[in-house]
Design a protein around this ligand. Structure first.
Ligand code: CDP
Length: 229
């Protein structure tokens, strides 16, 4: 399938529901850019922790986003960013970032800042973007909206198997507890809680491979565009 018209593919869902793999594969199949919106929230969290800020203090976090410079660029068909000329790399997956990111993502000013950066990525062309509020807030008008879910136990197993040895998590149970904490914060927060977007296709990936999920998404895009798969 060629990348004829600019499209935004919005893929939302809870932690470790398979979004990253599926979104990357979808982007590759469509020849469009991959955007991991969570990495932006993680990047700001990484910067806040490195600057020794109290991530639960919204004032400190707002002052940080006002003084730092965050810019995006393309690398290997993905939209990446730097903060004050530094790229955080894998550090955004560390346990401290993991444990504090939901606090930071709940601050409305942080969300407004990230949402505007995410919308701006569409200037690069078609994008496949994964997150929590892509279909509800960032690109509510896109016709291509998907909501991935999976049982919490399966999500914890998936996340544990992909974590680096030095991630700080000792076992699946610790990952499960962390995911549940984040799910709770992400679904109950006032600002853009995780919700199924109006018109989104819900896909339960518990017993599916990533390829199977991607096939469903691609078939749906073809159906919406009236073209054969
Ligand atoms: O990889 P995982 O799904 O565990 O998390 P992520 O997508 O990297 O997102 C990390 C955190 O950022 C989430 O737990 C949310 O608190 C927040 N987030 C958000 O609020 N809105 C988004 N569009 C993406 C992430």
């Amino acid at each position: 399938m060629s990348d004829k018209a600019a499209r935004v593919i919005a893929i939302d869902g809870p932690s470790a529901s398979g979004k990253s793999t599926v979104t990357r594969m979808t982007a590759q199949k469509l020849g469009c850019l991959y955007v991991d919106s969570g990495s932006f929230y993680r990047g700001i969290t990484w910067k806040a922790l490195r600057d020794g800020l109290d991530t639960a203090d919204a004032e400190q976090v707002i002052a940080l986003i006002n003084r730092m410079e965050m810019t995006s660029h393309i690398q290997d068909k993905s939209v990446m960013f730097s903060i004050d000329n530094e790229e955080p790399g894998d550090q955004i997956r560390s346990q401290p970032v993991q444990e504090h990111v939901s606090d930071i993502a709940a601050v409305p000013e942080v969300r407004a800042f990230v949402v505007s950066m995410l919308r701006d990525t569409a200037r690069f062309g078609s994008v496949a973007m994964e997150g929590r509020d892509i279909g509800t807030v960032v690109f509510p008008d896109t016709p291509y909206k998907y909501y991935l879910d999976a049982d919490p136990e399966e999500r914890a197993r998936r996340r544990f198997s992909e974590l680096a040895d030095d991630s700080g998590y000792q076992n699946v149970e610790a990952v499960y507890a962390s995911l549940k904490r984040r799910d709770r914060k992400d679904t109950t927060r006032t600002a853009a809680p995780l919700q199924i977007a109006l018109g989104a296709k819900v896909i339960d990936s518990t017993a599916m491979t990533a390829e199977e999920v991607v096939d469903i998404i691609l078939a749906d895009i073809h159906r919406l565009e009236g073209t054969a798969a």
